[in-house]
Structures are given as C-alpha cells and as structure tokens.
Write a protein that binds this ligand. Structure first.
Ligand code: PEP
Ligand code: MG
Length: 859
C-alpha cells in the first residue's frame, strides 16, 4: 500500500510495500537526488510561504518500482487532497534538461465532476476540460490512436457522449470513472515512458547517467477558471534572450476570451500597455504579488526563476517555479546581475557559465528558432555561422570578395595556397580533414566558420558542383550557410544572432581572471590575429606560425626564387628581398602586443607547399623566373616526398637550408631593435619546430646566436632573446632532458605529437574518425580532445625530464587542444606555465582555467 509521509512523518526506506510518497511541507524529507529538481523547488516555494497548491512527491525509487509493474493502490495518496479538486502529475528529474514525460492535467475528471464543474465554470469550459482529459488519457495511457477522436468537433454534450463511446469501443472497457484508477494508471504510464529506450538514449545524449531517476509530483489543480478574473500564465523578471531586467511571460485570461481552451483567446499584456488589456489592470493585486514572489524567488533561490501560475477569481496560485531558459548572452547577463546584486558571489557567477557557451557570444550563430534545411554535415571545426555563395577556388573567393559578395569556399581540402581565398571567404567547407587540418586551424585563427570532413556530400570541384546527402545538386553561385558550431551545411540563408561583446562580458571575464592560475596566450600569425588576441586579453602570443606570412603575392615570388636558387649566395639574395617584409611583420606584432611576450616559430612546412600545383601556375612561375617550365616541374618533382609531414620540414629544413632561419632570426632581432627605439621593450622568443634530437637545437642555436651578435654589433645596442623548442615528436618528449639543456622553454605541439603518437595523419583522420568514435575505438577524436593517456604520457615524460635538467624551463602547450577544459586541467596538474590557443578561443580557455582553479579551491 502507498504510504504518505504527511507533515514530516518519519522517513522509511521505500520498497514495494512501502513506497516513498511524501506531502511537500517545509520540513518533509526532500532532495533533488531522491525526488528531482521540481519536487525540491516546490518545497523551497512552500518554505517561502508562497501560495502553492497542495503537492505530493513520489521518489525516484517509487517511480522505478511503478515502471517495473508494481500496481499501487492510490486511494491513501488521494486522502491528502480535497476530494472535489482535480489533480495534475508532473515529472521531476534531477536535471530539467534531461526531459521526461509531459505533465498530465485534470486527473479525476469524470461524469460527476463534469456536472459539478458545469455549474461552476460553465458547460463549454467544463466539457472542454473533460474531453481533453479523455483524449489525453486514451492516447498516453490506454495507448489508443489519436485518430480515433478525429470526428469529435466542438465541446457539446453530444461530442462528449461520442468521445466516451469511442473510448469504450476502442479500449474495450468504459472510460475509468474512479479518480484512483485514473491516477494509478497515469503514474504507471509516466514511469514507463521514462524507462523506455528512446527516452533513455535521448537523456543520455544530454549527459544523464544510464540510471538517472524520475520523480513525480502530484498536485491539486488550480484551474484558473471561474467567475472573476481567471486565467493562467508564466512570468519572469528577466528577458530570456537579452538577460536584461524586464517583466516577461504570457497570460491567457479566461474572462477576456472564453475560447481560451481552443487556443483562440487573445493574449493579455502583463504590464499596463496602451495596446490592450493587461494582467496588471485585470488583477492588480495578483500581479503585484506575482512580481513580489518572483523577486523573492530570485533572491532566495539565487536564480532567475519563471513562475507558472493561475488566477482564480482574482486569487493567485503558484504551480511551479523553473529556472528561466535563456540564450548564452542572457545567461552571462543574468549571472553578472545576480552577483552585482549580492545574491551570488562572483566565484559562483564564474562557475555557472559553461566555457563552450562563450563561443556563442564571440561569433554570429544560427538562431535557435531558425528552420534548418540540412544539405550535409561534417566536423564542426571552427564555430560560428555564415552565409555565402559557393565558390570552388581561392581565386573565385577573392573575386567574390572584391565584388562585396559573401562567399563560402568549398574545397576538397585547403592548402597554404588557399590562405588568401580563406581570408576572402565568409566560411569554409571541405570534404577532407579533421580538427587539426589546415582548413580547421586557419579557420579558427581567422574566426571563420568552418566545417571539414563533410564526406557525406560529394565534392565535384572540377564540375563546380556539390551534391548534398539527399542528392540535391548545388552549383557555383548557389547560396548556402555553414554552421561551424554544430558542423551542418544548410541550404540558403538562415536567421542569425549577432556576436556580442559588451561590458557584461568584460566584467565577467575579469572575475574569471581573478581566479585563474595558468597563463593563456594566443596562436596569432598576422596583425589581425594579434589584435584579436589582445582584444580577448591574451597574455602574449604563444605561437606565431611564420610560414603564413609568406603567402602574400609579393613574398611568394622571392620565396620561390629562393627555392630555385642554385647556391647559398643566390638563395641569400632571394631571401634578402623577404627580410624587410618579415622585419616589418615582426615589428607590427611587437607594436600591437605592447611588450607582451611574442613567441615566433621558425619556418615549419616543406618547401613544396610554396610551389604551384596546377599546370597554369607552373607556367606562370616559369615566366616569372625566366626559366623553362621543365625546370619548374623538375624542381617540384625533386622536392616531392612520399610523406611530406614526416619529411624535410621544420628544423630539418632549417639545418639543410640554413639561410631561411638566418634571415628569420635577423628579421626578429632587427624588429626588436626597431621596437626598442619606439620605447617597446621586447624579449623575443624564438621557437624551433619539429625537433627530435639535441644536436638539431645546438646547430640552430649557434647560428641564431651568431645572427644576434651581428645585429648587436651593427646597431651598437644590446637585447636579449629566448630560444625554445617545439616539442611535437615523440622523441623530443623522450629526450626532453637533453633538449632542455639548450632551451628556455618547451612548447608542446600536440597536433603533430598526436599525429605521430598515433601514426595517424591529421589531414586524413576525418575520413574514418566518426566511425572510430561511433564504434568506441576512440572515445573522442584525439585531434580534438587531448588523449591524456597516450599523448599525455609523453607530455608528462617531457615535463619531468625537461624540468630535471632545467627546473625553471617554461612549459606550455600550443596545439589545437589548448582551449579545452580537459587539456587545461591536464596542463595545470603537470605544472605548465601557460596554454596557447586560437585567438577566438582565448576567452573560453580563460574561463575554463578559472573554473578549474575555483573547483580546486572548493575541494
Ligand atoms: C602542433 O603541431 O601542435 C602545432 C601547434 O603546430 P602546427 O599545427 O603548425 O603543426
Ligand atoms: Mg606542428
């Protein structure tokens, strides 16, 4: 038999013989982990002495037993309620985001109550309630088809009689008249709905554990129907999309429009409004009480709450209170205002915002309510959304930008040659690639929405067409939208929400920074990146990939001349043309960063990336260098490698063709001298990529030091610099002890390190990564979420061995993983000094780091 713990009765462990059914009173035993958030919240409202109708809560255990087939006798539960009222049942899970069965209203409706209600609220309204209840019960509890009632029209006595007959015919039993039977069946069906496989999978996708429980609350209905002002609605003191203080919600007044239950009643304004009647005028006392209650809930529940209420003859009933659903922008404003009003602490405000949600504020996004016509999908490589016309080449992207026409660059994959096309495009879509492929890295750096690895679409680049998953063919010039936040490609243009960076954002971030105990720098290659980095308060540049500076047209030619030079002298002559441009690049970065550290990585990619791939490009190059095309093709062939990512690139190139690093070192030092003349003191950091042996560092160090001495002498000034190593090969981690002898800092490049640890091409992994994750081979894409086990072990070895040689060696991580909470947690634990990530992810990393520091303090 069900047992009700009335008014603080002793708690007993629930069992089939003794289920836990508790009347909600200020002192009844009730907690979110046992009864769910709604039950707990209702108890808080009761404690605040708000006019909450009588409510009974069923615990998770009890609901679980109901789902298992236990058929309760609910007559004792019903003794808690006035026998003349109707009841409703609502779900109460631990987290409202986990969903649950919809609320069931008007339980207890039967022929006798229908008659009584007709006298109270009128025939039509009473019949409408009864009809609706019969139909809901038929579909959700008796599992009849909704079409059974298709012929029911209106709320007449005949319609009601017909509905009862139809029910009986289909269910092969009369519609249950006993409220106890109705309630027992409804409780059982709600319990079973929660335990169904689809519902479980859906909530697990939202983070619910496999065994997440459901509580149920049974509450007396306050109908909001009657003679005086009657109605129902929801109200909150905040605008859910802006987060600004404003009375919002909705109210349906029965007295103003009787068709309310048909859904045809006019909505009523909440506050006085010249355009029509308002709740404030219709029920001034109830309205004032509502605002007061909402303010009390905000202060005492320490959250912006939405009140669900009814008004019966001017009397207010509060049925429920739920946390206001809100946009990312509103969420930030709400926590900042709560903290500024002294309701929560700044630390709590910092903890309440999900770092990833900040991305929504930093980029334009597809509006939540926008209709999505999905053409295909891939990896969400760079957040934000943009609409543009399809172009299939960098040249077309630039031409489109020149016309002021936004475009989406669609490529099988991008290469450094596409940089200028990417700069010109509004978004990028590629068939191949993963989280650390060229398109993804550059896209994030530029803040450009990007979807990569969209292998479920067909890229017919030569035919200039793109085939959607469902076979629709899109041509160059067709308009599409790239949603880089969730990886979708959408047809046409869709409604967007603009990015917002306001004072609230800055205030919030300053609170986060006050807690943070690990540095955050940005990966920035261009002045625009550096400005973004500074704007987002990065504490310097942690990685400047210098090769990106060579793709400007005027640099590409001398660079190519250098590649075609016959001897070191010719090579140097070609590089001398590049030197002033590089010097200007570095000086500009130093100027923008205003003395903050700037870590410049020496040239990294293989040289062939600078040579044209198309026949036309090769002819053009032959013309520019005044040599036969055959020389060009021969040189390209001689530079081609079976495995360029493991070939002559990084320090290997620096040692084989030392003039490149000499030129870069000179440009860095001369820019340092120039900056000093402007009063900007810079201690440049020079980083050597792809190191795997100590001797590589020794060789580079000797040459860099020679260049530094020369620049000092030529300019008769002194300056210092720091030389460091990018640790991105497994051997560099293992030999970090030797390597640290010659370095001030070790910056772990987890993109290449992941590639080499797994033996997995970062540019091709996208082809099978989703399948690998789906089959559980990898729990996550290791190019996206740092593999703290395998790659992490190498990092830990590198840290320990590097520190053993040089205890004060500066440690950082600069791969694409750096902004993730998981990576930052790892880096804090391993004692890293800073993380460096794409400029647009700097705020995300700052917040994640602050939350980790706070979580430690709370522990
Ligand atoms: C890395 O390998 O982790 C890195 C940051 O460098 P890149 O992505 O330029 O290879
Ligand atoms: Mg690398």
């Amino acid at each position: 038999m069900l047992r009700a713990h009335s008014r603080g009765a002793a708690v007993q462990k629930p069992s089939p013989d003794n289920p836990d059914v508790t009347l909600i009173t200020p002192s009844s035993p009730m907690s979110t982990p046992t009864h769910g958030g709604r039950a707990k919240c209702l108890q808080r409202l009761v404690r605040l002495d708000l006019p909450v109708p009588r409510t009974v809560a069923l615990s998770f255990d009890t609901v679980h037993q109901l789902a298992g087939g236990y058929r309760p006798d609910v007559s004792e539960l019903l003794t808690e309620f006035d026998p003349d009222t109707l009841l409703c049942v609502r779900p109460s899970s631990e987290d409202p985001d986990w969903g649950g069965p919809g609320a069931f209203l008007n339980i207890g409706m039967n022929d006798a109550r229908h008659k009584a209600l007709c006298a109270r609220i009128g025939d039509v309204a009473a019949t409408e309630i009864y009809l609706r209840f019969i139909m809901n019960y038929a579909v959700d509890v008796a599992r009849l088809d909704a079409e059974v009632f298709d012929e029911i029209d209106g709320a007449s006595p005949a319609a009601l009689a017909k509905a009862l007959v139809l029910y009986e015919e289909e269910a092969e039993e009369p519609f249950p008249q006993d409220p106890a039977v109705q309630l027992a069946e409804i409780l059982r069906s709600m319990a079973r709905a929660w335990e169904g496989t689809t519902a479980r999978l859906l909530r697990q996708a939202k983070g619910a554990p496999v065994d997440a429980g459901l509580g149920l609350v049974v509450q007396e209905m306050a109908l909001g129907l009657g003679s005086g002002e009657c109605g129902s609605g929801v109200l909150q003191l905040v605008n859910p999309s802006t987060g600004l203080p404003q009375v919002t919600g909705r109210y349906l007044s029965q007295s103003q429009g009787r068709e309310a239950l048909d859904g045809g009643a006019a909505s009523i304004f909440l506050e006085k409004d010249p355009r029509g009647p308002s709740l404030e005028e219709l029920a001034p006392e109830a309205f004032a009480a509502l605002k007061e209650h909402a303010a009390l809930m905000r202060a005492r529940l320490r959250e912006e709450m939405q009140i669900e209420f009814t008004i019966e003859n001017g009397k207010l009933h509060i049925l429920d209170g739920v946390r206001v659903e809100r946009s990312a922008r509103a969420a930030l404003r709400i926590v900042v205002r709560l903290a500024e009003d002294g309701i929560i602490t700044r630390q709590e405000a910092v903890m309440r915002i999900e770092p990833r949600a900040l991305s929504e504020l930093l980029h334009r996004q597809v509006a939540a309510k926008a209709r999505r016509d999905v053409l295909g999908s891939g990896i969400a490589a760079s957040p934000g959304a943009a609409t543009g016309r399809i172009v299939f080449s960098s040249e077309a992207a630039q031409a489109s930008a020149a016309r002021g026409d936004p475009c989406v660059l669609v490529r099988r994959e991008t290469s450094p040659e596409d940089i200028r096309g990417m700069h010109a495009a509004s978004a990028v879509l590629t068939e191949r690639g993963g989280m650390t492929s060229h398109a993804a890295v550059i896209g994030r750096g530029l803040g450009l929405p990007c979807v990569v690895g969209a292998a479920n679409m067909r890229f017919q680049v030569k035919r200039r067409s793109l085939v959607a998953t469902d076979g629709r063919v899109l041509k160059e010039g067709d308009e599409i939208t790239i949603d880089g936040t969730n990886g979708q490609v959408l047809a046409g243009s869709v409604e967007m929400i603009e990015a917002t960076l306001d004072d609230t954002f800055r205030t919030f971030m300053s609170w986060a920074d006050a807690e943070r105990d690990i540095g955050v720098r940005a990966n920035a290659d261009t002045p625009a990146d550096a400005k973004t980095a500074l704007h987002f308060r990065a504490q310097g540049i942690g990685l400047c990939r210098t090769e990106h500076m060579f793709f400007e047209a005027e640099r590409l030619t001398p660079m190519r001349e250098m590649i075609f030079a016959h001897d070191p002298k010719d090579r140097q002559a070609a590089l001398e043309l590049v030197l002033p441009m590089q010097r200007a690049d570095f000086l500009e970065l130093f100027q923008i960063m205003q003395g903050q550290p700037v870590c410049i990585r020496l040239f990294d990619p293989p040289l062939h990336e600078f040579l044209p791939t198309s026949r036309a490009g090769q002819r053009e190059l032959a013309e520019a260098l005044d040599i036969p095309v055959s020389d060009v093709t021969r040189r390209i062939e001689s530079l081609s490698e079976y495995n360029p990512m493991l070939g002559m690139r990084g320090v290997r190139l620096g040692i084989s063709v030392p003039e490149i690093y000499d030129m870069q070192a000179r440009a860095i030092f001369e820019a340092t001298v120039e900056a000093a003349k402007e009063g900007i003191t810079v201690v440049p950091e020079i980083m050597v990529p792809l190191v795997s042996a100590k001797r590589e560092v020794e060789l580079v160090r000797t040459r860099v030091e020679a260049v530094a001495s020369a620049v000092r002498t030529e300019n008769d000034v002194d300056f210092s610099y720091r030389l460091g190593v990018m640790v991105e090969t497994p051997r560099a981690c293992l030999r970090a002890g030797d390597i640290a002898e010659h370095t001030h800092f070790l910056s772990f490049g987890t993109n290449d390190l992941t590639q080499m640890t797994y033996g997995l091409s970062r540019d091709d992994a996208g082809r099978f990564m989703s399948e690998y994750v789906r089959q559980g081979v990898f729990s996550e894409d290791p190019f996206h979420i740092l593999d703290t086990e395998g790659v992490g072990e190498l990092l830990r070895l590198g840290v320990v061995r590097g520190r053993a040689t040089r205890p004060n060696v500066v440690l950082s991580i600069c791969g694409e993983h750096a902004a993730h909470t998981e990576s930052i947690a790892f880096c804090r634990e391993a004692g890293f000094d800073y993380v460096s990530c794409s400029p647009f992810r700097v705020p995300v990393a700052r917040l994640a780091a602050a939350q980790l520091a706070l979580a430690d303090k709370i522990k």
